[in-house]
Design a protein around this ligand. Structure first.
Ligand code: C5P
Length: 296
């Protein structure tokens, strides 16, 4: 990726919007602002959307890619909202020609829209030569959605509060995984509204040895995604996805991410993940299946 000076000089830059995976997600009480308190260990994969930014006299967004037709490039699109919020913060004109190649399924629990918005903040910070810090970008990100702050760095992190408290969690990089989405868009609000039981926040230690796959998986087995049960009511096919992932040779942990419907499985090694992805794509032609690696 070019540095900010290169971006300003060349008038263009790009950014990768990595898929976000909640290795676990515990939900606490509903707060006075209507959002729930959360506790989650979040990682990012080498699978994601791609954005480009070029100098322009107006704000324009072009969307393409396999899931591009599911999104409108207008009005409340999170990328455009991010651009406007950043421009308003520094008092400059929101002008850029942005392209978004949408490789991730929409409304699917792996933060596609949030990662796109965060990538827009990073990319435009470069294109416009603003030099804003990560903290400043995260403060703007918070106004765009609960998952956007953690996507600003797109690095493994503990996520707390409504999502705005992000603390680095080093060392999970390199783990092999498979992501599966059964093609059902699940909106976040109704999943939270369907919560019946929840684990609560502040119940797990944060001094997990991330680099030790066995210890990490042992820790994760004592956690859950509290949103999985209400998401299963809205999209029962999630149960089928989890069942299939659990039967794949070499799978060591399988779970839903975010508010669904995308599920992930961690694998013993890259080979097992690749084999599982091939088998699942072959047996379920309508499912989106991707093997990948945790990037940081
Ligand atoms: O912040 P975001 O736009 O992603 O949230 C979408 C919806 O998810 C919210 O309107 C709310 O219903 C629910 N939510 C919540 N608690 C959170 C995050 C999201 O209840 N911490």
């Amino acid at each position: 990726m070019p540095n900010p000076i290169d971006a300003v000089a060349s008038g263009r830059t790009d950014a990768f919007a990595a898929a976000k995976i909640n290795l676990f997600l515990h939900v606490g009480d509903k707060r006075a602002d209507g959002f729930h308190a959360l506790e989650s260990l979040v990682v990012f994969a080498d699978v994601g959307d791609a954005l480009t930014f070029a100098a322009s006299d107006a704000l324009k967004l072009k969307i393409d890619g396999p899931f591009g037709s599911g999104l409108a490039a207008e009005g409340d699109n999170l990328v455009l909202r991010a651009a406007r919020a950043l421009a308003a913060h520094v008092g400059c004109k929101a002008a850029a020609a942005i392209t978004l190649t949408k490789n991730l399924p929409v409304a699917s629990g792996i933060g596609g829209g949030s990662a796109d918005a965060a990538a827009a903040l990073r990319g435009l910070n470069e294109l416009w030569g603003l030099g804003l810090s990560g903290d400043a970008l995260r403060a703007i990100a918070e106004t765009l959605g609960s998952d956007v702050p953690v996507c600003v760095d797109s690095a493994s992190a503990w996520m707390e509060g409504r999502g705005e408290r992000v603390t680095p969690a080093d060392g999970v990089a390199g783990a092999a995984l498979v992501l599966v989405n059964p093609g059902v868009a699940v909106p976040t609000g109704p999943v939270f509204a369907g919560l019946k039981t929840r684990r609560g926040v502040g119940t797990v230690p944060h001094d997990v040895p991330m680099g030790d796959a066995e210890a990490l998986v042992a820790f994760l087995k004592g956690t859950s995604n509290d949103l999985q049960a209400p998401a299963l009511v809205i999209a029962p096919v999630i149960g089928e996805v989890l069942g299939e992932l659990s039967r794949m040779p070499g799978a060591i942990l399988w779970r839903m991410s975010g508010s669904g419907a995308t599920c992930f499985a961690l694998f013993e090694d890259d080979g097992a993940a690749q084999m599982a992805a091939i088998a699942l794509a072959r047996s379920h032609a309508g499912w989106w299946v991707k093997a990948g690696t945790i990037i940081s």
